[in-house]
Design a protein around this ligand. Structure first.
Ligand SMILES: NC(=O)c1ccc[n+]([C@@H]2O[C@H](COP(=O)([O-])OP(=O)(O)OC[C@H]3O[C@@H](n4cnc5c(N)ncnc54)[C@H](O)[C@@H]3O)[C@@H](O)[C@H]2O)c1
Ligand SMILES: [Zn+2]
Length: 361
């Protein structure tokens, strides 16, 4: 498998199962001694990914391992404090490097810990979930949660370099794969009709060349981020599907025994916001039908009750992007073209939820 190199805002992203040589030369270039390298993992990436990394890179066999429990709860102030203390106790300084080996929880938390420790030490991302490969590990947003609200504390800070090894996906549970796939679908919708046509020709369950999809998705995310790194405008295109999607994600977290994952909620958001786009920004009916057909054919339908609409709309009112009864959306004018900062009425959002529930698989 070939290695792909993508240049992001001042750092590079290397993709391929043979990037170990590149990792080795990166570490040698800075003459990191073993005691200056820290690797952040959770219990799953320690078990499934760390041994592969260590067996390929001699220098990593003696490094300090920092382990957090898997799951969103680790994006907390108490885990941060523990990690800063471990770094400090083990002599980390501004010549050290933190390697984040894991999904989005590890890279969000690790990026934040590194960026704030002694006013910033280097960090490297080696994402191990599909979602973190195509989304969380790039773009420079790092942070933690506060009082149950996501990403309340954080900074923009880029990694030194990102290494993506698609082979790490071999051990990833199936649900986590489709979770990341939702972001790939989103990328195709906001970027280019041509790419959407290609992607929507694939059946999710039959995809075997993930590297190609990862390459393209990163190119797309990187394109929007590079234009607008601090999300003052253009980058908001990437929020398509996320206004409704986030509200459904929170609703499910509060009400379901086995809550929806982020990507599963975003898939629903993509349908609802495409419907809204067809009413507000002129997304053609035929394109709406295509989007709905593809998502419903590849993702399970989530059957919530229409009696829950008020709760979902209430959650949306508390989202920092919305104020009062004004809801801020990114909408499609056609596949591959979108408009940011579109105001949408409550009644139309309600209608879009009903539209989703009425769909037959
Ligand atoms: N910074 C950003 O731009 C950005 C973008 C999107 C999402 N995020 C954040 O990312 C987080 C979600 O990330 P995620 O979906 O990767 O979840 P995650 O990090 O919780 O990983 C999901 C699960 O997979 C396990 N796992 C990871 N790699 C594995 C592997 N190779 N084999 C087996 N198991 C493995 C983990 O231990 C965990 O149980 C959220 O906190 C979200 O806010 C950030
Ligand atoms: Zn997302």
């Amino acid at each position: 498998m070939e290695q792909t190199i993508i240049n992001a805002n001042g750092y590079s992203i290397f993709i391929g199962n043979n990037v170990f040589d590149t990792i080795r030369s990166y570490l040698n270039q800075y003459e990191f001694k073993e005691n200056k390298i820290f690797v952040l993992v959770d219990e799953n990436t320690r078990k499934y990914c760390l041994p592969r990394l260590m067996s390929n890179i001699q220098l990593l066999q003696q490094v300090h391992i920092l382990e957090i429990p898997s799951g969103e709860e680790s994006k907390s102030t108490s885990v941060c404090l523990q990690m800063w203390q471990e770094l400090s106790k083990n002599g980390a300084d501004r010549n050290s490097v933190l390697i984040n080996l894991g999904g989005g929880v590890v890279s969000d938390l690790g990026g934040f810990i590194a960026s704030t420790f002694k006013r910033g030490m280097r960090y490297v991302n080696i994402p191990t979930t599909l979602l973190s490969m195509v989304d969380a590990s790039i773009g420079g947003k790092v942070g933690i949660d506060l009082n149950g609200l996501k990403n309340q504390i954080g900074v923009f800070s880029n990694p030194q370099v990102v290494f993506i090894i698609p082979e790490f996906l071999d051990t990833l549970p199936e649900r986590q794969m489709i979770n990341g796939f939702a972001e790939i679908v989103k990328h195709s919708l906001v970027y280019e009709k041509h790419y959407w046509d290609e992607l929507s020709g694939l059946v999710y369950k039959e995809i075997d060349n993930w590297k190609e999809l990862i390459d393209t998705s990163i190119e797309i995310k990187n394109y929007f981020v590079t234009e607008d790194p601090h999300e003052t405008g253009f980058r908001k295109v990437l929020n398509f599907g996320h206004t409704v999607g986030h509200a459904i994600e929170t609703f499910s977290l509060q009400h379901d025994e086995v809550p929806l994952l982020h990507g599963e909620s975003i898939a629903i958001g993509l349908i609802c916001e495409s419907y809204i786009s067809s009413k507000v920004t002129g997304l053609p009916q035929a394109e709406l039908d295509e989007i709905v057909h593809y998502i419903m054919g590849n993702f399970d339908q989530y059957l919530f009750r229409s009696g829950n609409f008020d709760i979902i709309l209430d959650i949306m009112k508390h989202d920092k992007k919305n104020s009062g009864n004004r809801f801020n959306f990114t909408l499609l004018t056609s596949i591959g073209n979108s408009l940011i900062n579109q105001q949408v009425d409550l009644s139309l959002i309600r209608e879009s939820l009903q539209y989703y529930l009425n769909l037959q698989v």
